[in-house]
Design a protein around this ligand. Sequence first.
Ligand SMILES: C[S@@+](CC[C@H](N)C(=O)[O-])C[C@H]1O[C@@H](n2cnc3c(N)ncnc32)[C@H](O)[C@@H]1O
Length: 98
Amino acid sequence: MSNMKFLKEIDGWQTDSETKLLIKHASQITKDRIILEIGSWKGKSTLCLLHGAQKHGAKVVAVDTFRGSEEHGDVDTYAEFTVNINKYAEYIGYPANY
Ligand SMILES: C[S@@+](CC[C@H](N)C(=O)[O-])C[C@H]1O[C@@H](n2cnc3c(N)ncnc32)[C@H](O)[C@@H]1O
């Protein structure tokens, strides 16, 4: 799926060009490899990696405390992360298992 416009609805930091780069690099990873993302926030960058990784079937492992960084204060992003991943992973053609 090339239309990733839904990403604009997800809270995150990356620019459009970073979105393209994440998808491009992830699409070059082969099936026998695992992409490890450290710092997923609400899943925006994770979805880009999942989208790219489906090209060759690479796996994506996302790691986060889901408590944000110091400047975010007292947050818990796990619920939003799971909603976003569940909502869109199947849509972009990638099964979500966690
Ligand atoms: C700038 S945000 C990541 C943004 C995300 N990649 C995106 O593009 O939407 C940084 C993330 O790192 C996570 N984080 C901070 N310290 C961490 C740690 N020690 N281990 C894992 N994740 C951590 C925070 O919870 C936060 O979600």
